[in-house]
Design a protein around this ligand. Structure first.
Ligand SMILES: Cc1cc2nc3c(=O)[nH]c(=O)nc-3n(C[C@H](O)[C@H](O)[C@H](O)COP(=O)(O)OP(=O)(O)OC[C@H]3O[C@@H](n4cnc5c(N)ncnc54)[C@H](O)[C@@H]3O)c2cc1C
Length: 389
């Protein structure tokens, strides 16, 4: 078996990059350990497609993604559940950490507008007009009208189907176990039962698995760890009090309406990981903490019960909370993407397009320059041994 491009991982990155390559007539094989969208790109509810509050280094990617999301369903021929709801980043008081507080909103607004993300600074009264059920403690908000939400599971599966429609081959239940190399080139990707030869490039997009593979195969330790983010859905309501995608300056809180008139509550709380059972475990106090924050900001949620809390989807996180998208010493024909740090879904459409371009043309697109692995090395000129171990 031999392919021009081998993509590892069937999340939104692997599926989307395979699709972008396949639509350009390339010979693509995607290897997925389990099933498409079984990782961070699948599961309960919807994902925020948000630029508001994002690291400025990712904002040029969001500017591109803004143009791509509305038409994606038509382009691939499958549902994405994308809706442009707008995002309100709420401020309640001035003690939002060193970077937060409403004092900081004007500076953030100006950076976001400069980098292609239309952003308005709203007064408490303007916020209340948009969100009539919100607490009176809100002093203002940053509003990004182009932000929205999408069905991440449907989007990821749709991208994978569209890749197949354009000729890509997808192998599910095929965990990658190793690489075969000749000098600095990867010549084959190995699974337990198979050897997949590569004529061109490997694109390693298996999220939490990427650091493990580059450690075992290339002896490079990326400064990345795994988390199990918590998401909660409420029971259905007659009247959903949350009208926009909501974020918060100092509370770990995100809210959005999802199917069946329910509200999804998330924003940075985490579960534990049970290594023996290989599954996420919810922590009741954290579920209650997340819900309590939601009820403080939207008192109308006071009597609404939790329907489900889920921590089963793992995500990779870097020390500076932006991803690593790079080639690594010892594997010059392999591009890796990992460390999405809890907000990789929204930018994926832009990154997938750039990854495909990089793989085909051979040079790193300028917009991906902030995401090199050697930003963590003391001396960027040093080879593998200089990476953090
Ligand atoms: C609960 C939660 C909420 C989030 N909310 C948001 C949000 O609101 N907005 C936002 O922008 N982002 C959000 N994110 C982040 C976003 O979902 C992720 O960054 C994104 O989905 C990562 O996509 P991926 O394709 O890299 O990873 P994944 O979807 O994890 O895909 C990786 C795939 O690789 C496969 N794999 C693993 N090991 C192997 C192997 N050995 N061989 C082959 N395949 C392998 C896995 O089975 C998996 O299918 C959230 C993440 C989580 C978990």
């Amino acid at each position: 078996m031999s392919s021009e491009y081998i993509v590892v991982g069937g999340g939104v990155y692997g599926a989307g990059t395979a699709w972008k390559l396949a639509t350009q007539g390339k010979d693509v094989t995607l290897l997925e350990a389990d099933t498409i969208a079984c990782g961070a790109s699948g599961g309960l509810g919807k994902r925020g497609v948000r630029a508001n509050g994002r690291d400025p280094r990712e904002l040029p990617l969001m500017e591109i993604a803004y143009d791509l999301w509305p038409d994606l369903a038509d382009e691939i021929g499958y549902e994405t559940g994308y809706e442009r709801t707008g995002h309100l980043l709420l401020y309640e008081h001035e003690t939002g950490g060193i970077q937060g507080g409403f004092e900081s909103a004007r500076a953030r607004q100006s950076v976001q507008n400069e980098l292609g993300v239309p952003t308005e600074r709203l007064s408490a009264k303007e916020v209340e007009e948009m969100e009539p059920h919100i607490t009176e403690n809100v002093v203002g908000a940053l509003y990004c009208p182009n932000d929205g939400i999408a069905d991440h599971t449907a989007t990821t599966r749709g991208l994978a189907r569209a890749a197949e429609d354009h000729g890509a081959t997808i192998h599910e239940n095929t965990p990658v176990t190793g690489l075969e190399r000749n000098g600095n080139q990867v010549t084959a990707v190995l699974s337990e039962d198979n050897r997949f030869e590569v004529d061109g490039k490997v694109i390693l997009l298996s999220n939490t698995h990427v650091p493990e593979l580059v450690e075992s195969e290339l002896d490079i330790t990326l400064p990345i760890w795994k988390i199990s983010p918590q998401v909660i859905s409420t029971e259905p309501m007659d009247d959903v009090p949350v009208k926009h995608l909501i974020g918060h300056d100092h509370r770990r809180l995100a809210l959005k309406e999802i199917s069946d008139n329910r509200v999804m509550i998330s924003g940075g709380w985490r579960g534990e990981w049970d290594d023996d059972a290989q599954q996420g475990v919810t922590v009741q106090a954290r579920v209650e903490g997340n819900v309590a924050d939601a009820r403080t900001v939207f008192p109308a949620l006071e009597d609404v019960e939790v329907q489900e809390a889920d921590v089963s989807r793992r995500e990779s996180v870097t020390v500076d909370r932006i991803p690593v998208i790079d080639t690594l010493p010892g594997a010059e024909n392999m591009i890796v993407g990992t460390g999405w740090s809890g907000h990789g879904f929204a930018i994926s459409l832009a990154v997938n397009q750039l990854l495909a371009k990089w793989a085909i043309e051979g040079s790193r697109p300028e917009l991906l320059a902030p995401f090199t692995a050697n930003r963590f090395a003391a001396n960027a000129e040093l080879e593998a041994s200089s990476y953090i171990r």
